[in-house]
Ligand binder design. Structure first.
Ligand code: NAD
Length: 262
């Protein structure tokens, strides 16, 4: 299915690896004008080179979206390159692990800046232009944690809920202007982030690394981890011309792991 994004400017954050990179690959294959964002110049350049090698039109922007000036730096770069964004995928790495009582306020603030402020600042900058042009797509990457809190991830469990509340409110406000706003909730997906979580779990609990992965598979009805490409396919569809009647949704791509009725 063609996505109908050939003439669109697509901004994918957190796109040097994992789910963001897999999404960038799909948008590149569609011929979109792609902008990818990540923290280090070497990883952004490597990702952009890999996409260009397949014929993509792609620019890389180096920005730390958790830093005070990170989102503004992305906005400046995109506006200088293209003067607009038609599709915005908000995404960063996840916050640090820890228990409910285990973080001081500075850790909460850092997680808020990483997950919530980046989403708010980027949408506040890009969505008014989408409204004016009567077409836009915002896709926020959150987590299965929104449906089912993940043990020892209180910052993710809490801040992803805040992000979901923000996007759900925004979805209602901009729907009449042709802009859709949805979130995608990955379940256990085979990326470097999951490797890092396995290491943290092993260190915290002493449970062997392979046993940690076995438990994640056992929690997932399809009995395997997802792939970044499977999550990316959902992101690409929500961004597509075909998805104009889908807004305000929180779509689990989790192999059935959330086990909720709705
Ligand atoms: P990942 O850590 O493998 O990749 C994250 C990407 O974001 C990388 O390109 C990284 O360089 C970039 N990034 C990280 N911090 C950044 C910052 N401050 N500014 C700009 N770029 C930044 O993560 P992933 O597995 O691809 O997951 C993407 C998102 O989905 C994360 O927020 C993760 O917590 C969430 N998630 C992942 C899983 C999973 O199983 N992989 C499950 C649920 C939720």
């Amino acid at each position: 299915m063609e996505l109908g994004l050939g003439d669109k400017v697509v901004v994918v954050c957190g796109a040097s690896r994992g789910i963001g990179f897999a999404a960038a690959e799909l948008f590149a294959a569609e011929g979109a004008e792609l902008v990818i964002v990540s923290r280090s110049a070497s990883s952004v350049n490597a990702a952009a080179d890999a996409l260009r090698a397949r014929g993509a039109s792609v620019h890389g922007i180096v920005a730390d979206l958790a830093a005070a000036d990170g989102p503004a730096h992305v906005v400046d770069g995109v506006m200088r390159l293209h003067g607009r964004a038609d599709v915005l995928v908000t995404n960063t790495g996840g916050p640090v692990t820890g228990s409910a009582l285990g973080h001081d306020w500075s850790a909460w603030q850092a997680a808020s800046e990483l997950l919530l402020r980046s989403a708010v600042e980027l949408t506040r900058a890009f969505v008014p232009g989408m409204q004016a042009r009567r077409w836009g797509r915002v896709i926020g990457i959150t987590s299965i944690a929104v449906k089912k809190p993940v043990p020892s991830l209180v910052l993710s469990n809490s801040l992803r809920a805040a992000v979901t509340g923000y996007f759900r409110t925004l979805a209602d406000e901009v729907a009449p202007d042709g802009v859709t706003v949805n979130t995608v909730l990955p379940g256990y997906t085979a990326t470097e982030r999951l490797d890092e979580l396995a290491t943290a779990t092993t260190q915290r609990t002493g449970v062997a690394r392979e046993a940690v992965f076995d438990r994640w598979r056992a929690e997932t009805p399809v009995a395997r981890l997802g792939t970044p490409q499977e999550v990316a396919a959902a992101i690409a569809f929500l961004a597509s011309a075909h998805a104009g009647f889908i807004t305000g949704q929180a779509l689990c791509v989790d192999g059935g792991a959330s086990r909720t009725l709705l």
